[in-house]
Ligand binder design. Structure first.
Ligand SMILES: CC(C)(COP(=O)(O)OP(=O)(O)OC[C@H]1O[C@@H](n2cnc3c(N)ncnc32)[C@H](O)[C@@H]1OP(=O)(O)O)[C@@H](O)C(=O)NCCC(=O)NCCS
Length: 142
């Protein structure tokens, strides 16, 4: 499998990201919001096969203590071949910090366990649902 990893967003289009996230089951992300989130992230790792985006991941960090990984997605046609691990290893190599956190549904927790992650129960979160989508609710529900 000839996969190219990139750590820059210069060739990243929103249409590609939207299609990848929909294919990987992380849909519901419409508009340019996902691409902006990648652009605003300090670390990204993008995977291309034949010039097409087949994997993505991103992270935020203070460079000393904390890192947070988001939006790890591999296209279903490329899953199960070690690409998710390569994306994660690329981010982790650039996160020399005390604690790296992420949020994982139960069905993918085994994947993160292979990379040394474990449950961490003290996390808390606050949500502003109005900021989840880029478009008016009538547009993204259509
Ligand atoms: C989760 C995901 C990123 C894994 O990517 P992948 O390329 O298929 O994973 P890899 O081939 O690199 O797997 C690495 C290891 O994790 C294991 N693994 C992969 N997915 C797993 C899962 N869902 N549950 C348990 N173990 C899993 C593999 O068996 C492999 O183990 P091994 O090293 O012992 O052989 C990918 O399945 C995906 O994009 N899923 C949909 C989107 C998603 O849920 N992302 C996570 C958001 S939190």
């Amino acid at each position: 499998m000839d996969i190219q990893l990139r750590d820059r967003c210069d060739q990243l289009s929103n249409a590609e990201l939207e299609a990848l996230f929909a294919a990987a089951g992380l849909g519901g992300r419409k508009g340019d919001k996902i691409r902006r989130a990648f652009l605003n992230s300090q670390l990204v790792c993008l995977a291309y096969a034949g010039g097409h985006l087949v994997g993505a991941s991103r992270a935020l960090t203070d460079g000393e203590y904390h890192g947070f990984i988001y939006d790890v997605a591999v296209h279903p046609d490329y899953q199960g071949r070690g690409l998710g691990q390569r994306l994660m290893q690329s981010l982790l190599a650039r996160l020399p910090v005390y604690r790296v956190m992420l949020i994982a549904d139960q069905d993918v927790q085994g994947f993160y366990r292979t990379l040394g992650f474990d449950k961490y129960c003290d996390a808390m979160a606050r949500f502003d649902m109005d900021r989840l989508y880029d478009l008016a609710p009538t547009e993204y529900q259509a």
